[in-house]
Design a protein around this ligand. Structure first.
Ligand code: PHE
Length: 329
């Protein structure tokens, strides 16, 4: 028995392990549940006398501890080794994966600013469809089929049904809203409009408009002027603006508003008192109610606010351009 134990001791000591697979072989060889050398020895103990059992039991237990220790040592060495390997593989000079943080589009910044300003003076914000029919975009606004002002607002028509078109202005929202609601109301709407125009630094086939209108008893031209002054002063501080007589089929009287910049006067919006005929078209009593409306080009406004020369850059989606804008909204 002693010889056998010495032999086992040697084997435990000399067993060379390199891999986790070697470790598993080592464990099974000595402690395997069925054929492990030490497991068998423990079983054999039952057959020897009690005195011997005590002595050998102790010895075999010590052998078991040696096996377990060797396993523990292997684990601790290899874990350190593995970690070192991971650390060695990590290259701190490789740049990390950066996440691009988006920012608001400049046109959205101005849109949100205008919405905020009009919410403060009791306006309601509504949206309207970009795909319109002839009646809402033209006819109801006093622009019958052969009216010359249709030429200035040529747009994109559906070949199969020329009654369906891309709206040329947000004034169609006036008609939609007035048809459904009874006055008094103050409404703001902002969105895309379309014109069949050549693309240049100042014009595009699509741009954004803000439409405002207010209908109540005794709304006057001075209410319109005050509202425009409030908007312009809030956006620009003390800016120089002028009201220039103009013509729109759906307002009477009508005016255009210009703002003074380094390069001279720039037209930024059309406005006027809503024509009584338009009110009649949507069944509003024009004897009782009057109102004003204005339509403002957002791109034009933002060229002035951000001192830019070309509106095409807004739609290039160049992240270097878009990143420069910070918004409070
Ligand atoms: N709809 C006009 C345009 O696009 C602007 C406008 C709106 C004028 C409201 C008067 C009143 O040119």
């Amino acid at each position: 028995m002693d010889k056998k134990i010495d032999q086992i001791k040697k084997e435990i000591k000399c067993f060379h392990m390199k891999t986790y697979n070697d470790l598993e072989i080592f464990r099974i060889k000595f402690l395997g549940k069925k054929k492990g050398i030490l497991t068998i020895l423990f079983k054999e103990l039952k057959e020897v006398s009690i005195q011997k059992r005590k002595i050998y039991g102790k010895i075999i237990n010590e052998l078991k501890k040696e096996v377990q220790n060797k396993i523990k040592i292997f684990y601790s060495k290899n874990e350190i080794h593995n970690n070192n390997e991971k650390i060695l593989k990590f290259d701190p000079t490789i740049p990390g994966k950066s996440i691009e943080i988006g920012s608001r589009h400049p046109l959205s910044i101005i849109k949100n600013k205008i919405i905020d300003l009009f919410m403060k003076i009791g306006f309601t914000y509504v949206d309207g469809p970009e795909i319109e029919d002839d009646w809402h975009n033209f006819t109801a606004l006093n622009i019958p089929i052969f009216h010359p002002s249709r030429d200035m607002q040529d747009t994109f028509f559906l070949c199969k049904n020329p009654d369906i078109l891309l709206r040329t202005h947000t004034s169609s929202v006036q008609i939609r809203y007035m048809k459904k609601h009874s006055p008094p109301f103050r409404v703001l709407s902002i969105g895309k409009v379309y014109r069949n125009e050549t693309i240049s630094s100042r014009s595009n086939f699509m741009f954004h408009q803000a439409e405002g209108f207010y209908i109540d008893r005794k709304v006057s031209f001075s209410d319109l002027k005050q509202t425009i002054y409030y908007l312009i002063n809030s956006l620009f501080g003390e800016a120089k603006i002028r009201f220039r007589p103009s013509y729109f089929p759906f307002t009477e009287p009508s005016a255009e508003v210009d703002i003074y910049c380094d390069s001279g006067w720039i037209e930024i919006m059309g406005c006027g008192m809503i024509d009584p005929q338009v009110l009649k078209n949507v069944n509003i009593d024009s004897e009782l109610y009057s109102g004003f409306a204005f339509g403002l080009g957002i791109e034009r406004l933002s060229l002035i606010i951000y001192q830019m020369k070309d509106i095409r850059i807004y739609f290039d989606n160049d992240i270097r351009f878009l990143k420069q804008f910070k918004s409070e909204f």
